[in-house]
Design a protein around this ligand. Structure first.
Ligand code: PGA
Length: 252
């Protein structure tokens, strides 16, 4: 079963508007065909609209978070409808930094995932274990549970419009990448959970990305594995040239 890989950049709280626009003009015409690889930039909400207006044929724009309610008195929050309304296509949900610093829980990730799907946004649902979990040998169990809770009450058709990102917390921004075997093994475990929740065919279609210190020099190895369908990339997505290299590596 061929799954089109995704290279998604997560810019976190980096780049001002000028820098963001400069990047987009640098990469727009050089990205591979979307039939071979889908590329996404998840940027600060402040200039998402500016990026959407300038996105090239094979670049889509994503947000890094959203609220799970339609609207209301929630100062500082952004709704799924607001994102959709300005042409955003993807939204990163449950990133470990949000789980660690902003009280994101499996429950809010589930609510947000449902809302994103209902609004026609593609959620990139992030899961991943802490170092202690990896050392204890319970990674697949812990990550599997996160997936199960994130997909609670989401049906098969809806699940097909989602992407999972497996990001071991100890590998994010640390320069320590999981080995390709470790990443693939946990991603296979995630796919097994999706199979249990849905069925084999559905699980086979859902893209599961790896994230955590992905760089142009390790992307090929990661993508050579059976179940790794692309990457969610922080640091290496900030430089146009390295983002292009990641996209080229995924272009088969
Ligand atoms: P990193 O971040 O590539 O800088 O490790 C990955 C992420 O947080 O998604």
């Amino acid at each position: 079963m061929k799954r089109i890989p995704i290279i998604a950049g997560n810019w976190k709280m980096y780049k001002n508007r000028d820098e963001a626009l400069e990047f987009i003009y640098q990469v727009n015409d050089k990205l591979p065909e979307s039939s071979n690889v889908e590329t996404v930039i998840c940027a600060s909400a402040v200039y998402l609209r500016d990026l959407v207006k300038r996105q090239g044929d094979n670049l889509r724009i994503g947000a890094q978070n959203m609220h799970y309610l339609d609207e209301g008195a929630y100062t500082g929050e952004v709704s799924a409808e607001m994102l959709k309304n300005i042409g955003v296509s993807y939204v990163v949900l449950g990133h470990s930094e949000r789980r660690a610093y902003y009280n994101e829980t499996d429950e809010t990730v589930n609510l947000k995932t449902k809302k994103a799907i209902a609004e026609g946004l593609v959620p990139i649902v992030c899961v991943g274990e802490e170092l202690e979990v990896r050392e204890k040998g319970t990674t697949n169990k812990v990550v599997g549970k996160q997936v199960e809770l994130a997909y609670k009450d989401i049906n098969k058709e809806e699940a097909l419009n989602t992407v999972v990102a497996y990001e071991p917390v100890w590998a994010i921004g640390t320069g320590k990448t999981a080995t390709k075997e470790q990443a693939n093994e946990t991603i296979i475990a995630v796919r097994k959970v999706l199979e249990k929740l849905y069925d084999l065919e559905t699980a086979d279609k859902i893209r599961i990305l790896y994230g955590g210190s992905v760089k142009p020099d390790n992307i090929k190895d990661l993508l050579s594995m059976s179940d790794i369908d692309g990457a969610l990339v922080g640091g290496a997505s900030l430089v146009a040239d390295s983002f292009l290299k990641l996209a080229e590596a995924a272009d088969k």
